[in-house]
Design a protein around this ligand. Structure first.
Ligand code: IMP
Ligand code: MG
Length: 169
């Protein structure tokens, strides 16, 4: 399949640095418990977390609402964080905010673990209408409502290792 480059590798590197400075500034004095939504956010989180000066621990959560390039309305939790999140300041990291179903469901789930706070960070935010009034606290890039791959994002599990973000078509 053909892939058209949308966001270059260098632009991602620069934007990650800006996000890290913003997160450091806002978490000053606290330590971060990052909860990484796998598999999509693994590559983004690995780069972003290494740029932070704030103390960080991390865990993962897995949920899925996609089959191929179609979003389905039910979100399935597949694996849960192993650590105790009670009283923690969570930074929930996902690859992309699309319908918002995934981030909404995960945020609701995490609230049940009684953290002190939950902030959300996504690499990409799709400009589209949503069922949930949901905004991420930290957003790498705003993009149009197109299906993208690369830098963690997949099409049927392929293309995650592309170093840039591309549009499949
Ligand atoms: P949402 O629940 O519709 O917000 O979708 C969230 C999940 O769907 C993301 O974590 C991605 O794994 C996947 N997703 C949504 N849009 C795209 C896309 O354009 N390319 C690849 N995966 C996507
Ligand atoms: Mg996916």
């Amino acid at each position: 399949m053909k892939i058209r480059k949308l966001i270059a590798k260098q632009a991602i590197v620069r934007r990650n640095q800006e996000l890290a400075r913003q997160i450091d500034a806002e978490f000053r004095g606290a330590s971060i418990t990052a909860v990484i939504v796998t598999n999509g956010a693994i590559i983004f989180a690995a780069d972003l977390l290494r740029l932070l000066n704030t103390p960080v621990t991390f865990d993962t959560i897995s949920a899925s609402s996609y089959a191929g390039s179609q979003s389905t309305n039910t979100v399935t939790m597949r694996s849960l964080p192993k650590s105790d999140l009670k009283g923690h300041d969570i930074l929930l990291i996902d690859d992309i905010l699309d319908t918002g179903n995934t981030l909404h469901a995960i945020t609701q789930f995490l609230r049940g673990r009684r953290p002190r706070s939950i902030k959300t960070c996504v690499l990409l935010n799709k400009r589209r209408p949503r069922r949930w009034r949901l905004r991420a606290d930290y957003v790498g890039f705003e993009i149009d409502d197109v299906f993208v791959v690369g830098y963690g994002l997949d099409y049927n599990e392929s293309y995650r290792n592309l170093p840039y973000i591309g549009v499949l078509g």
